[in-house]
Design a protein. Structure first.
Length: 438
């Protein structure tokens, strides 16, 4: 379980690029270091076999010319790290196999075989060990004991140097990837902040040419979107506001009508028009930007106050759970969202349950539940569109204006909250508002 989690490929672009570049540079450096060591070892072997040929030939000739009684005292001076001389037949053993000692023996053979017959055998040992046997001019046996050095010794500071290089590679890789991905992060944050209030976050238009060009294009796009949205919102607000005056005059004229039946129908139509205009103005204001500043509130007190108001009005509303801590939110907007959701639940089912889930450390969920007819699955997202009403509710008594959920969604977005709907098992609807704790 743990191994699967640790071996999972990272999802962020920063981590992926950092991992790829660092591993690539690390592999390249490891290959370069290996090739360098191989080249050093090969050069050392070539140099060693070259000088051994000459040195051993001179040493054997020197011993051959010395009296037999004086040869023993010169053996220590003629010995080297990779070979030494033994006055005697040595030890027997199997034929040698391929290795560094075999190359040394071959080089010595080339230098001595014309004057001295040689035999070579391996000696059982922990490392490569050969002996070459020959006889001097007076018939005395001489053994060349070969113990070649395994490789060039590595300096003790080399591992620390490699560690320092890897740390430098990691730091440079992190810095390069951060420079490359930082503009993407800034762009994503700027796009996220372009919310319903149309308050844009300007990107810095400096840095490399490509980054500066992208920042200028994004800033220009934000300006155009903000301008277009502001114009349309102002038009909607102006129309909704200006309609209130003729509606008021029509209401006054309706009051003077003699036909009571027609007067009632006319006043009902005017009432619906007033509600539509009022909701239109509210929706335009929520799009144009929330004037209410976020502040710390006690959400439990707000919810308890709302429920008490509904109970005083004779409505069936219950509250389950507590948040227990303060939240940074816009209290009027939160009250409006929950009020719209509860009103919808009461309108379609006659009762509403408010359930709080504060078990998560980073967010709080407030669910408004009912047992009404619900919403078809293919229309759940569509009901958040302005003036959209489910076909079954298109009547004057319960259809509404089609702006309540749209206003609630816009207010939720302005608070960085998430408002969603889903049908409940057994019938009814759940409206879920997820608020961040911070």
């Amino acid at each position: 379980m743990m191994s699967a989690r640790w071996t999972r490929w990272p999802r962020s672009l920063f981590a992926q690029l950092t991992l790829i570049l660092f591993l690539g540079l690390l592999v390249a450096q490891a290959l370069s270091f290996s090739l360098t060591l191989y080249e050093r070892d090969d050069a050392f072997s070539t140099m060693m076999t070259g000088y051994v040929d000459h040195e051993v030939s001179i040493s054997v000739a020197f011993l051959d010319h010395l009296p037999a009684s004086e040869r023993a005292q010169w053996l220590a001076q003629l010995a080297r790290r990779s070979y030494s001389f033994i006055l005697g037949p040595g030890v027997s053993g199997p034929p040698p196999t391929d290795g560094r000692a075999t190359n040394v023996a071959a080089a010595i053979t080339r230098g001595l075989e014309q004057r001295y017959p040689l035999t070579v055998n391996a000696v059982p040992d922990r490392q490569e060990h050969l002996q070459m046997h020959l006889r001097l001019s007076d018939g005395s046996p001489l053994t060349i004991d070969i113990r070649p050095q395994p490789a060039i010794p590595v300096s003790p500071w080399l591992p620390l140097s490699m560690l320092g290089q890897w740390i430098a590679l990691g730091v440079c890789t992190w810095l390069a990837v951060r420079i490359a991905t930082r503009p993407l992060k800034d762009l994503a944050q700027a796009a996220d902040t372009l919310g319903p209030d149309m308050k844009t976050t300007r990107l810095a238009e400096g840095g490399p040419t490509e980054v500066a060009h992208a920042a200028k294009a994004f800033n220009a796009m934000q300006d155009r979107i903000s301008t277009y949205m502001t114009e349309r919102i102002q038009i909607l607000a102006a129309i909704s506001h200006d309609l209130q005056t003729p509606i008021t005059r029509m209401r006054l004229r309706a009051d003077l009508m003699d036909d009571t039946e027609q007067q009632g129908k006319f006043q009902q139509d005017l009432k619906e028009m007033e509600a539509l205009v009022r909701e239109g103005v509210t929706y335009a204001r929520t799009l144009h930007g929330a004037a209410e500043a976020p502040r710390r509130i006690d959400p439990d007190a707000l919810l308890e106050s709302m429920v008490s108001d509904y109970l005083d009005a004779g409505q069936t509303v219950t509250l389950q759970g507590r948040i227990g801590t303060s939240l940074l939110a816009r209290p009027q907007a939160l009250h409006r969202i929950l009020g719209n959701l509860v009103d919808n639940a009461l309108k379609y089912s006659g009762a509403s349950d408010i359930v709080i889930d504060a078990s998560r450390p980073d967010e709080v969920t407030i669910s408004v539940l009912d047992r009404g007819p619900g919403i078809p699955d293919d229309e759940i997202e569509a009901v958040f569109q302005p003036f959209y009403r489910v076909e079954a509710s298109r009547n004057r008594d319960s259809g509404g204006t089609g702006l309540g959920l749209a206003i609630a969604r816009q207010l939720a977005l302005a608070m960085n909250a998430i408002l969603s709907l889903q049908n409940r098992a057994g019938g009814g609807l759940e409206a879920r508002l997820t608020l961040p704790r911070q």
